[in-house]
Design a binder for this molecule. Structure first.
Ligand SMILES: Cc1cc2nc3c(=O)[nH]c(=O)nc-3n(C[C@H](O)[C@H](O)[C@H](O)COP(=O)(O)OP(=O)(O)OC[C@H]3O[C@@H](n4cnc5c(N)ncnc54)[C@H](O)[C@@H]3O)c2cc1C
Length: 388
């Protein structure tokens, strides 16, 4: 298929419009971490501002608060977003993962109920997939939802739910057929975290911030209308959501290109102390981010001509997560002893952002499905190798 890298006049005008809006609206100071109550509130306020400007989710249809942009425009938007160093998206579980899932599987009532407050930051969503014994092996899910008339009674536990302590709703899959095994008999439910019987208990990260939570469901009444798709269809809907996460939406190239750009600047500022290995690592980072960008433009062009993302989304996930970890390692090596200085320390380079980024990059090969599992998927479903 043809793959044209020239921007049209319309795309150039769109870029200029995004750039101008970001220049006027991006907060002058970095917001506190979205894993803290104060940071979460400030990021929610930023979501509202983005929405008021019409930039909350550019690819969504206008009826739901979007701008109806195609995927190339979305990539341009993301480039300008990261170029302007705009805040991280606290709404990402909703707008990038549940939003597209709702558009594919939701009823008109569900779309009308859930999409607008998701787009404007009024309702922020947590992802409730993992359980203590069902992380990589999601088919081992035990949390139950027993149907009683027009509602389900939900009981069980979820874990590692990012920012659930501050979020408003969660989505997850629950066993609605008690006699079922593995990926059968699961249903996809949308549950308010304020519902009676829900307890959200924070889990501190290494830095002490309550970035994760356990969610306990103790006979929580959930209306049947909060089920997405048919009863028992939860697994296939969840796999579609995971595909959005691993494929295109969660990690646009711009995020990594910005990191590579900062790495080049860091190298230049410390070039007199840099080793040949450091120089090679910086070059590699730049090459890889450019390659990832080209590959993403190619995928976007394919999708716009009617192709669908399949198991190859797993290659994407492995690539960005390992690239991000390598880039941050290279930065840590360049900074030497300064690498350990945290945000707020006067001598910290770039106000400790590299250390923050490095710690988060270590999680990349774990969240959105571990890289070992992605390799299994590639082996079995892309290459047709036998199951281990
Ligand atoms: C930053 C971060 C944010 C997260 N946010 C969320 C969230 O919002 N919501 C949520 O539900 N979860 C979230 N998680 C949890 C994450 O999805 C799980 O940690 C992940 O799926 C792995 O599950 P586990 O921790 O139970 O590890 P396990 O499944 O116990 O795996 C342990 C190790 O064994 C390997 N392994 C397991 N099975 C196999 C196999 N068959 N073949 C080869 N290797 C295997 C794994 O790859 C891993 O290295 C988050 C995790 C992180 C780090």
């Amino acid at each position: 298929m043809s793959f044209d890298l020239t921007y049209t006049d319309r795309q150039k005008a769109f870029r200029a419009e995004v750039r101008a809006w970001m220049a006027e609206n991006v907060p002058g100071q970095r917001l506190p971490s979205l894993d803290t109550a104060e940071g979460f509130a400030q990021h929610r306020a930023w979501e509202r501002r983005l929405h008021a400007g019409g930039w909350s989710m550019v690819t969504w249809p206008r009826d739901y608060g979007g701008r109806g942009c195609d995927l190339i425009e979305w990539l341009i938007f993301e480039e300008e977003y990261y170029r302007a160093e705009a805040p991280l998206r606290v709404s990402q579980n909703g707008i990038f993962l549940l939003g597209p899932t709702l558009m594919e599987f939701g009823t008109p009532e569900q779309k009308a109920r859930f999409l607008p407050p998701m787009a404007n930051g009024d309702e922020i969503w947590a992802q409730a997939w993992s359980e203590p014994n069902a992380g990589s092996d999601m088919a081992a899910i035990r949390a139950r939802a027993v149907r009683e008339g027009d509602h389900y009674v939900v009981s069980g536990q979820k874990i590692w739910s990012s920012r659930a302590v501050f979020a408003d709703w969660c989505f997850g899959i629950f066993r609605t057929d008690p006699a079922s095994r593995r990926h059968k008999g699961l249903s996809f439910l949308l549950i308010p975290l304020s519902a009676k019987g829900v307890t959200v208990r924070p889990i501190e990260q290494l830095d002490g911030d309550p970035g994760f939570a356990e969610i306990f469901f103790d006979d929580v009444k959930v209306p049947v209308g909060n089920r997405l798709g048919a009863e028992g269809q939860g697994w296939s809907i969840a796999m579609a959501t995971a595909g959005f996460e691993r494929g295109l939406m969660l990690r646009s190239p711009a995020r990594f290109q910005k990191t590579a750009e900062r790495l080049v600047a860091l190298y230049k500022s410390r070039a007199d102390r840099a080793t040949p290995e450091a120089k090679a690592a910086v070059l590699r980072a730049w090459q890889e981010t450019e390659a990832y960008c080209l590959n993403t433009y190619y995928t976007a062009s394919r999708l716009m001509s009617g192709a669908a993302i399949g198991p190859e989304a797993s290659c994407n996930k492995i690539f960005w997560s390992e690239m991000d970890r390598r880039m941050h390692r290279a930065a840590m090596a360049l900074m030497g002893a300064f690498a350990e200085l945290e945000e707020g320390t006067p001598e910290a380079i770039d106000d400790g952002r590299w250390l923050d980024g490095y710690m988060f990059s270590l999680a990349g090969p774990i969240y959105a499905g571990t890289n070992e599992i992605q390799r299994n998927i590639i082996a079995e479903r892309c290459l047709g190798l036998p199951r281990s």
